[in-house]
Ligand binder design. Structure first.
Ligand code: SAM
Length: 211
């Protein structure tokens, strides 16, 4: 993703009510943070936040945490969040490589990965959010009945991800190479990237993995 620096975004995020500062301090206690025992779903690499904002509005009994590495992108999600009168959605500016520093064992019920960066060079494979290294991280924080839901239009990344699911010892609940023309299309919430790429005619691939 090419990033345009948004001047002042880092400072704005540091003082924003929807962004959790020092997320490590909530490890193992996110339900206290939300003030209820509802399941927690997270999106890693949420970008400008359309997907998670819509899910949070539609599902008040689920707590949502959107994670994004870059302030310049997160600031766009905050703009959307400000419009919503809901209390089940917060954001974290954080590199998912260290995600086990912020979530304890069995703390998360579902992880969404949408149009994750492909890192096309083999030597960068470990950085892909669907690499076996990341599934090992997810293993340490997902509930027993938890799942990872991954969407992309990138066929190479999708095929890589299917392989990594198996290598990591996870299982596939379902998968499709053409989500929008599949039995799973109903209720699908589109991300910014999904809107862009599907409007160009690209089929959207999706897998749901569990342990
Ligand atoms: N999910 C959004 C969508 O579908 O419209 C954005 C997709 S964009 C290609 C990928 C996003 O993931 C970028 O905003 C990027 O900054 C973020 N990202 C990539 N690696 C990350 C990491 N290790 N931790 C957190 N966010 C990450």
């Amino acid at each position: 993703m090419r990033l345009r620096n948004v001047r002042g975004s880092r400072e704005a995020i540091a003082a924003n009510e929807f962004v959790v500062q020092e997320p490590e301090s909530h490890k193992g206690k996110w339900n206290l943070f939300f003030g209820n025992n509802n399941p927690i779903h997270i999106e890693i690499g949420m970008g400008k936040g359309k997907f998670i904002c819509q899910l949070a509005q539609e599902n008040p009994n689920i707590n949502y945490i959107g994670i994004e590495k870059y302030s310049s992108v997160l600031i766009r999600a905050i703009d959307k969040r400000k419009e919503l009168e809901i209390d089940n959605l917060c954001f974290i500016r954080f590199d998912a490589e260290y995600i086990n520093d912020i979530f304890a064992e069995e703390e998360i019920a579902r992880i969404y990965l949408n149009f994750s960066d492909p890192w096309p060079k083999d030597r960068h494979a470990k950085r892909r959010l669907t690499s076996k290294e990341f599934f090992e991280r997810y293993n340490r924080m997902l509930r027993r009945d938890g799942e990872v839901v991954f969407k992309t239009d990138n066929r190479l990344l999708f095929d890589f991800s299917l392989e990594e699911v198996a290598i990591a010892g996870w299982k596939l609940k379902n998968h499709t190479y053409d989500l929008h023309h599949s039995e799973y299309a109903l209720g699908n919430v589109m991300t910014e990237y999904e809107e862009k790429f599907s409007s160009m005619g690209n089929p959207i691939h999706r897998l749901v993995a569990f342990r």
